[in-house]
Design a protein around this ligand. Structure first.
Ligand SMILES: NC(=O)c1ccc[n+]([C@@H]2O[C@H](COP(=O)([O-])OP(=O)(O)OC[C@H]3O[C@@H](n4cnc5c(N)ncnc54)[C@H](OP(=O)(O)O)[C@@H]3O)[C@@H](O)[C@H]2O)c1
Length: 255
C-alpha cells in the first residue's frame, strides 16, 4: 500500500506516517521541512519518497506525484493533511496571508485529489482522506479564513464520497477538534482562557491517526475526534449557537 501524506513533518501528519508505516505501508511524505522528513523516514526504516515543497503554490503542488509513483507505485491512499491556521480579529487580518491559507488548505488538496483520482478510478480502488476540522461544522470566531477553508474542504470531500459510490474509491472526511500539536497549542494561546475553554476535551495526534487508519481500512465515511465532539455533527445548529455564544475572546495585543 502506497500512502501519500502532505504536511508529514510534524503533528497529525507525522503521526499518520507512523500509523500507516506500522501497517506496512510505503510512504510519500511532503512538507517544507526536509530535515524532519529525513528523520521520520530514517526512524521508520521502510521505503519512503520524500519531497520538500511549499504547497501553498497550487500550480506546483502536484510536481511530486509522478516521481513518487515511479518509485513506489500508484498512490493507494492520499492524505490531504497540510494546513495552517490563523487566529486574529478579522478586521485586522492580513489579506495576503489569508489568501495563502486558502491556497494551501483548499486549492492544493483539491488539485492533489483531482490528480490522483483518474488512476484510482481506473484501478477501481483507493482512498482520499481529507483532514478538515470541526471548524467546518462549528466555525470559531477569530478564524475567518480558516473557517472558510475547512468548510470548503469538508464540503468537497463529503460530496465526492457520494459521487464515487460504486467506483471502489473511498473518501474519508476527518473532523478533528482540538488536538495537541504545534497548531493546537498555538491556537489555545491566541484566546483568553475561560472556564469553558479549560473544560474542552483535547485529543492526541497518535489516537487521531489510529482512528484515521481504521476508517480507511473499514471504509468509514468520517472521523470526528475527540469523540465527544460527535454531537456537533448531529446537532450543528445547536453546536454553532454554543460555539458563537461561549467561545473565549481572542487576545488583543495592545496598540
Ligand atoms: N491541531 C488541531 O487542533 C487541529 C484541529 C483541526 C484540524 N486540524 C488540521 O489538521 C492538519 C494538521 O494539523 P497539525 O495540528 O498537525 O498542524 P502542525 O503541527 O502545524 O503541522 C502542519 C503540517 O503542515 C505542513 N505545512 C504547513 N504549511 C505548509 C506549506 N506551505 N507547504 C507544505 N506543508 C506545509 C507543516 O510542515 P512544514 O512546516 O514542514 O512545511 C506540517 O507538517 C491541518 O490541516 C489542520 O488544519 C488540526
Amino acid at each position: 500500500m502506497h500512502v501519500a501524506i502532505t504536511g508529514a513533518s510534524v503533528g497529525i501528519g507525522e503521526a499518520l506516517a507512523r500509523a500507516f508505516a506500522a501497517k506496512g505501508a510505503v510512504l510519500s511524505l511532503v512538507a517544507r521541512r526536509k530535515e524532519r522528513l529525513d528523520a521520520i523516514a530514517r526512524e521508520l526504516s521502510g521505503r519512503a519518497f520524500l519531497h520538500q515543497a511549499d504547497l501553498s503554490v497550487p500550480e506546483r503542488a502536484t510536481d511530486w506525484i509522478a516521481p513518487a509513483e515511479a518509485e513506489l507505485g500508484p498512490i493507494d491512499v492520499l492524505v490531504n493533511n497540510a494546513g495552517v491556521q490563523h487566529i486574529e480579529p478579522t478586521e485586522l487580518a492580513a489579506v495576503d496571508a489569508g489568501e495563502m491559507l486558502l491556497r494551501l488548505n483548499v486549492l492544493t488538496p483539491l488539485r492533489l485529489t483531482r490528480a490522483v483520482l483518474p488512476g484510482m478510478m481506473a484501478r477501481g480502488s483507493g482512498a482520499i482522506v481529507d483532514i478538515a476540522s470541526l471548524a467546518a461544522i462549528t466555525p470559531m470566531p477569530g478564524m475567518y479564513y480558516y473557517n472558510a477553508s475547512k468548510g470548503a474542504l469538508a464540503n468537497a470531500s463529503e460530496g465526492l464520497r457520494g459521487e464515487l459510490r460504486g467506483t471502489g474509491v473511498h473518501v474519508v472526511t476527518v473532523y478533528p477538534g482540538p488536538v495537541d500539536t504545534d497548531m493546537g497549542r498555538k491556537g489555545y494561546e491566541k484566546y483568553e482562557p475561560t472556564f469553558t475553554s479549560k473544560l474542552s476535551p483535547v485529543g492526541t495526534a497518535d489516537e487521531l491517526a489510529r482512528l484515521v487508519v481504521r476508517a480507511v481500512e473499514r471504509k468509514k465515511a468520517r472521523v470526528v475526534y475527540p469523540r465527544s465532539y460527535g454531537v456537533t455533527l448531529l446537532f450543528p445548529r445547536i453546536a454553532r449557537w454554543v460555539t458563537s455564544r461561549f467561545s473565549p475572546p481572542i487576545k488583543r495585543l495592545p496598540g
